[in-house]
Design a protein around this ligand. Structure first.
Ligand code: PLP
Length: 396
């Protein structure tokens, strides 16, 4: 493995401090490195491999599409993306979709929708968007501009203009930023990268009402917390609220790069029209076939139900661990998206676990994030807990 790592560090731009492992293939909830060592995976490629690795039906659907056609461009219709559009609108309760190739690209589209919608109302181009501190929306300029971590934005200024940051779960902080120029509020229903902070029901309902009162759009970014991760197909469904614009990605393509932004018919009618937005690859037949199969398998395998059930088992187990270690200061999350916050950096714990065959990831320096494939069982949780305990004891 070391030779591969050395070559990677010679040729690939060093924008990640990578863990010292080269993964070769996966099966179910396990990953295998190039030396053949097995790892239990609690990261799923950052919430991508919800169905686990090497699902035969998924692989077959993708392979069959490879043999038919991979790309047509958006100047023509293609059946797989039509099927995918039906599936994702049905699952989310939204009316219309635009497919992208990544999460950041979906956020870019969502921001354009909000600005165009507001522009259509008053003809002005000075609208403001309210985003949340600790949020993460991606690395492109629009998405970065609404990302609530100063150090990600700082060296790349100026950002796109007229963005303000409020505190998650503090409705007054949002209200304080509202002006007659406010056109949208963007937030993750459950913050991921920023440290696993779920929106409270009171907050999300309050923001929904605020947006309705002032005529602004609510954009929910469910790129990480959507697609069954929390036990609901989309996390907002837990709260009985609905966004005007929704972004989704990560698990959407089951491993094929794929994202989407969706909206209500009302927003669609009054925002982007032909010529306003586009993408070469977005909505290509390969992504469409993958995404369609993903939704089929979610139903067949009862993915959301499993995430809910095993998620609550994981919650209990992590609560026990939290209560028995002084170094753990908080435990948050929903379903199979949870975090343990420690009183010091978690790098040592994660590296120790990796050595013992368990893949974990951080969210910020002090938080371990648990994002396993959504097919995991309680037994897998038990196996994980054994190694996690050992890793924590070793670090304290
Ligand atoms: C990962 C993520 C993004 C960015 O997605 P990319 O595919 O990496 O561009 C945006 N928002 C949230 C909430 C994410 O977790």
């Amino acid at each position: 493995m070391q030779q591969y790592i050395d070559e990677a560090e010679k040729y690939i731009l060093h924008t990640y401090n990578r863990y010292q492992v080269v993964f070769d293939h996966g099966d179910g909830v396990c990953l295998y490195d190039t030396d053949g060592k097995e790892y239990l995976d609690f990261v799923s490629g950052i919430g991508v491999f919800a169905l686990g690795y090497n699902n035969k039906k998924y692989n077959d659907a993708v392979k069959a599409q490879v043999d038919k056609i991979l790309h047509t461009s958006n100047y023509y219709y293609n059946v797989p993306s039509i099927e995918a559009a039906k599936a994702v609108t049905k699952a989310s309760g939204m009316d219309r979709v635009f497919f992208t190739n990544s999460g950041a690209e979906a956020v870019e589209g969502a921001l354009k929708v909000a600005r165009k919608y507001a522009y259509n109302k008053d003809g002005k181009t000075d609208h403001e968007i309210i985003a949340m501190n600790h949020s993460f929306h991606g690395r492109t300029f629009g998405a970065l501009s609404v990302t609530g971590t100063e150090k990600y934005r700082a060296p790349f200024g100026p950002m796109i203009g007229n963005i303000k940051f409020a505190e998650m779960n503090d409705l007054e902080s949002v209200k304080a930023l509202v002006t007659d120029k406010t056109c949208a509020v963007i937030m993750e229903t459950l913050q991921g990268e920023g440290g696993i902070h779920p929106a409270t029901e009171e907050f999300i309902k309050g923001v929904r009402k605020l947006c309705d009162d002032i005529g602004a759009l609510l954009i929910l970014d469910e790129i990480q917390c959507g697609m069954g991760r929390t036990g609901y197909m989309y996390c907002f469904q837990k709260y009985g609220v609905k966004p005007d614009v929704l972004t989704t990605a990560k698990a959407l393509g089951g491993g094929i790069p794929m994202g989407a932004f969706l909206m209500t018919e009302e927003v669609a009618k009054n925002s982007l029209v032909a010529g306003d937005h586009g993408t070469t690859y977005g909505g290509n037949p390969l992504g469409g076939a993958a995404c369609t199969e993903v939704f089929k398998l979610y139903e067949e395998l009862g993915i959301c139900e499993n995430a809910k059930e095993v998620g609550s088992y994981l919650f209990d187990k992590l609560e026990e661990i939290k209560n028995s270690h002084k170094g753990i200061i908080d435990h948050r999350g929903l379903g199979l998206m949870q975090g343990l916050e420690f009183d010091k950096p978690v790098g040592d714990i994660i590296n120790y676990a990796l050595d013992k065959g368990l893949v974990l990831i951080n969210a910020g320096t002090n938080i371990i994030r648990f994002l396993p494939p959504l097919i995991i069982t309680k037994d897998d949780v038990d196996r994980m807990i054994v190694i996690l305990k050992e890793a924590i004891e070793n670090a304290y």
